[in-house]
Design a protein around this ligand. Structure first.
Ligand code: GTP
Ligand code: MG
Length: 286
């Protein structure tokens, strides 16, 4: 039997505005995918990828690149531990344009029947980079009014744009509550429109875009018609979506939320996510 490997993996980006719930969602999604792959080991595999960190210790000169094997799994384990203790993940602190990056690879088995049986794995790499809010502003928002745009922020913004250009798919995480009930909806709208315009102009033509309405636990079971809400409240963004291969997803990463004694909102004692794998299933078709 011949084993055929396709080595050109498809690349997917996990993007979201600051505080949109990226860390929580990404960790839970990775954790669930890993469990699924363990169950279906003939059809699917999951592995964390090492993180490459540039050594900026000498006067900002990019010297050696360090390969850190466990950064992604440590990051996700830490987040899962916090969530299972009814705590939120630590606020992500931006380190460097290449350092704050966590990735995993999914493999999907394929069979090919012609002149005998050939089997192999289609590979998909899902990448989560933590970009600062300022980098989003510089890349897609209003950079005027910002105190100072440092080189580091410029680098981050450029890194984000470059990755979008070569991606096969984007997971765009939106905080539904901020999006529909927040005080900064016009800023949100502007960033989203600019991002969609950039995707339309610069990204691969067949790029897939999963628009994820996140944190739906906050809506307390009230069903929302996202299509009509977006059309009404974010008409410009909606117009751009029309020419893209996109789909809307409503996800409840925690299933529900609870209020603690101090009146704060925390994760529930038992986390039962809803729809959490829908976007990735659509993206890589498994
Ligand atoms: N209801 C609900 N709230 C959430 C969920 N995930 C995160 N939150 C809230 O959003 C906050 C930020 O969550 P993170 O997962 O850290 O979001 P992030 O986008 O990684 O944030 P930064 O890295 O700080 O930009 C948390 O402190 C919670 O208050 C979720 O799944 N459901
Ligand atoms: Mg984060």
């Amino acid at each position: 039997m011949k084993i055929q490997m396709k080595d050109n993996a498809k690349k997917y980006l996990f993007l979201g505005l600051p505080k949109s719930g990226k860390t929580t969602y990404f960790s839970l999604m990775a954790n669930h995918l890993q469990q699924l792959a363990n169950k279906k080991e003939n059809k699917l595999y999951f592995k964390y990828l090492p993180t490459m960190i540039p050594d900026n210790s000498q006067d900002g000169a990019e010297g050696n690149i360090f390969k850190t094997e466990d950064l992604a799994s440590d990051f996700i384990d830490d987040c899962m531990n916090r969530l299972s203790n009814q705590r939120w993940p630590k606020k992500t602190v931006y380190k460097s344009s290449k350092g704050n990056s966590y990735s995993f690879e999914l493999g999907k088995r394929y069979w090919f029947f012609k002149y005998g049986i050939r089997i192999g794995w289609n590979r998909f790499i899902i990448d989560y980079h933590d970009y600062s809010g300022e980098a989003f502003d510089v890349a897609f928002g209003r950079a005027d009014g910002m105190d100072a745009i440092t080189q580091a922020i410029m680098d981050e913004a450029n890194d984000m744009k470059e990755r979008i250009m070569t991606a096969d798919g984007i997971f765009l995480i939106l905080d539904s509550n901020e999006l529909f009930n927040g005080v900064e909806t016009s800023k949100y709208g502007k960033i989203i429109v600019n991002l969609l315009r950039y995707i339309q102009e610069k990204a691969k033509t067949n790029i897939k875009l999963a628009v994820i309405f996140n944190k739906l636990e906050l809506f307390d079971g009230v069903k929302i018609n996202f299509k009509s809400r977006v059309r009404k409240q974010y008409g410009n963004a909606y117009a751009y979506l029309g020419s893209l291969n996109y789909r809307f997803f409503d996800v409840y990463p925690l299933g529900k939320i609870v209020t603690n004694e101090d009146g704060g909102i925390v994760p529930p004692p038992k986390i039962i996510p809803r729809n959490i794998l829908d976007p990735v299933r659509w993206m890589i078709e498994f």
